[in-house]
Design a protein around this ligand. Sequence first.
Ligand SMILES: [Zn+2]
Length: 126
Amino acid sequence: MYQLKVKANFSAAHAVRFKNGCVEPLHGHNWKLVVCVSSETLNDCAMVVDFEELKKLIDELVLSKLDHANLNDIPSFSGNATCEAVAKWIYDELESPVAKTRDGIKLESVTLWEAQDCCVAYSTKK
Ligand SMILES: [Zn+2]
């Protein structure tokens, strides 16, 4: 099994709401994202997928919507703009387009760092 990973960065603001109803002041992070795709096989060029092709999908489907955004203004995060919610949203955005790049390729996981030492990994694996 091959696992191929691409890293990306974006800057975005959010204000998380806690269980007791408290809401953080609006603040920004330089989020770091790692997208992992997997395949048992390689394409005709001996690649899982061209790095540039995956980067383009991330640019078009994720960074164009999240970079320099206030995440609280995006309807998908109206529940709460947590790192968990954003990681799952990114996974959902990329899952089908990644699978369409070639037979046998699958989005494995999305790992999203909100801060240098805090991240959430999301995958649909049990
Ligand atoms: Zn934060």
